[in-house]
Design a protein around this ligand. Structure first.
Ligand code: ARG
Length: 583
């Protein structure tokens, strides 16, 4: 309803301008920072400045125009007062009507509230990027969670998102694994837990490589056979790579992640070498072989000092490097899709590498290079009570961590609600556990180090996922006990408590919060918002009666609880966290 009222006011202002020989379109309303009541304000300085009949200074004239407009507008329906103050025209909404319009809108749109209409723009987000034949371990966690959340937030902001995963499927680590397999495990099939099995064989191979006499030699020979293109090795590689992918998919399934496009490093190795040849021919790259590698002296080309430095793009023995493959990968992405942006979720330590690649592509004439973006993030510290690697030095796999989290969550949930059905309790514990692991990874600013510890992650009273999930469960249980809500009309026709006004104000901000998080690629702001919302709801819950209230108070507050549940669930989901119905 406020859109209508706003456009009526705008019309009156336009008429005033036309009648007084003033340009239209110079008066724009914005929200007045909330202070117990809602309102909107229009600065009249632009209009004053454009008035050919102005006498005196702009601020005084703006105040004069504000006063005239105030008289003309009067008190439109839905407002409680208007004022002309220091060159601004301020209009204050009727609190009850405003509250009802916010809450109705949320409840009408449900899970859609806060999402923007499609922009028609496509964004690719590359994240996770593990290496096959190695495990996904806790060190990979922040990347997957951050990347997944950024994708969901971008989608909610109206972007068409392509989730890409760039998998390292070639290199010494793969050869080491396969050589060890052929020598000591030939013919073996992976165990049920593929990831664990692959990881165990990887650490065995790695140990042999460093400790066992002659094994490094065997690996080198194996590498030569691989390079020569031996078919049997190629087949084994395809088979074992597939096992790895199945292991990854188990973990992605657990975390609720999926990918639309998988790129393998092996897909871009040959094209990368061809590209290097072209760069040498064009004079951009310097070929130092056989003694030295192929390099691009970016600082010399761009004319900068110690900014882009020297990019090494091919080894002296002609084998490919990380950078060799980066260039064709970027090209492939833009050739395949009409990308508005191409985002790379990669560790902050690779900033120089990404900066070099982007500059090189720009120098090669790809105008889309400016649309590449490195979304850098910092590492996770696991001090104190979180074990990084198990007794024998093998890394803690993601599902080990989830298992431990679930065990811990189960204890807390059991304590809170011992009557819960055991199967439901297990399910709830897993949602709480995953939330507890994910929230700390995204609630920190991307470029700050995360310190993960169990007590904070599972603190039901602190800034944590369980705290937010619990607020949602509370809202859910109120609604359940209220029974069928029907279409009870909520008018908010009573003096609202400060805690309800505060909650409504926060709810109304969800669309802005989503678009802000999307614009800055910062789920952390949305994570903070989710916490604020849960806190505001708990304050409301402690201060206002809902089920025991009557008439419009009850109906309005139930509508408010319903809107809160919907926004809490939506926000949690955008962070990759599920909202259990009971706890
Ligand atoms: N697989 C690489 C690693 O484990 C990360 C790849 C990052 N993505 C990229 N386009 N360079 O270090």
């Amino acid at each position: 309803m406020f859109e209508e009222i706003k456009s009526q006011v705008a019309q009156q202002i336009d008429l005033f301008c036309l009648a007084n020989n003033l340009p239209t379109g110079k008066v724009e309303f914005r929200d007045i920072p909330f202070s117990g009541e809602w309102g909107m304000a229009a600065p009249l300085f632009p209009l004053a400045a454009a008035d050919p009949n102005k006498t005196g200074a702009v601020p005084q004239h703006a105040q004069y125009l504000a006063e005239r407009l105030k008289d003309i507008i009067g008190l439109p329906e839905g407002f409680t007062r208007t004022e002309a103050l220091r060159g601004y025209l301020n209009l204050y909404f009727d609190t009850g009507l405003y509250a009802a319009s916010v809450i109705d809108q949320i409840n009408d749109r449900g899970k859609d509230f806060g999402s923007a209409a499609s922009t028609g723009k496509t964004v690719m987000v590359e994240y996770s990027n593990p290496n096959t034949h190695k495990p996904l371990h806790v060190g990979h966690l922040r990347n997957v969670i951050l990347g997944g959340s950024v994708c969901s937030i971008l989608e909610a902001s109206g972007k068409n998102v392509i989730r890409a995963n760039y998998i390292g499927d070639i290199g010494l680590h793969v050869i080491k694994w396969m050589c060890n397999y052929e020598m000591y495990h030939a013919g073996e099939q992976p165990a049920e837990d593929k990831m664990r099995w692959m990881a165990d064989l990887y650490s065995e191979a790695d140990r042999r490589f460093h400790e066992q006499e002659g094994f490094e030699e065997s690996v080198r020979e194996y590498f030569a056979r691989w390079d020569a293109g031996e078919e049997q090795i190629h087949d084994l590689w395809l088979q074992t790579r597939q096992w790895s992918m199945e292991g990854f998919n188990q973990v992605y399934g657990l975390l609720g992640e999926h990918f639309d496009r998988i790129y393998f490093e092996s897909d871009v190795e040959e094209s990368g070498k061809e590209l290097v040849d072209q760069l040498i021919k064009s004079g951009m790259a310097i070929d130092g072989r056989p003694e030295n590698p192929v390099i691009v002296d970016l600082d010399a080309i761009v004319g900068t000092k110690e900014e882009y430095r020297v990019a090494v793009i091919l080894r002296s023995d002609g084998t490919s490097l990380y950078a060799t493959k980066e260039l064709p990968l970027a090209i492939m992405k833009f050739e395949e899709y009409d990308l508005d942006q191409s985002i790379y979720v990669i560790d902050v330590r690779q900033s120089l590498h990404m900066k070099q690649m982007q500059k090189m592509l720009e120098l090669m004439g790809y105008s889309w290079a400016s649309r590449m973006k490195h979304l850098a993030y910092e590492i996770v510290n696991l001090p104190g009570n979180v074990i990084m690697s198990s007794r024998d030095g093998t890394v803690v796999l993601l599902d080990d961590l989830v298992r431990e989290a679930t065990q811990r969550a189960l204890e807390v949930v059991r304590e809170k609600n011992p009557e819960l059905d055991p199967t439901i309790m297990q399910d709830v514990a897993q949602k709480v556990a995953l939330g507890a692991i994910k929230y700390p990874m995204i609630s920190r600013e991307n470029t700050k180090i995360v310190t993960f510890d169990w007590d904070t992650a599972l603190d039901f009273n602190g800034q944590s996922a369980p705290y937010i999930q619990y607020a949602n469960v509370r809202a859910n249980s109120i609604l359940r006990r209220a029974g069928d809500l029907g279409e009870a009309e909520s008018k908010f026709s009573y003096p609202l408590e400060a805690s309800e006004i505060n909650l409504i104000e926060l709810l109304s901000k969800l669309p802005d919060e989503i678009s802000k998080a999307a614009r800055d690629f910062r789920p952390s702001t949305l994570a903070a918002y989710a916490y604020e919302l849960a806190k505001a709801f708990n304050d409301f819950y402690n201060q206002c009666q809902v089920l025991k209230a009557e008439g419009d108070i009850r109906a309005s507050r139930l509508a408010l609880v319903r809107a809160t549940r919907s926004c809490l669930e939506k926000t949690l989901n955008l962070l990759g966290i599920q909202a259990p119905q009971v706890m």
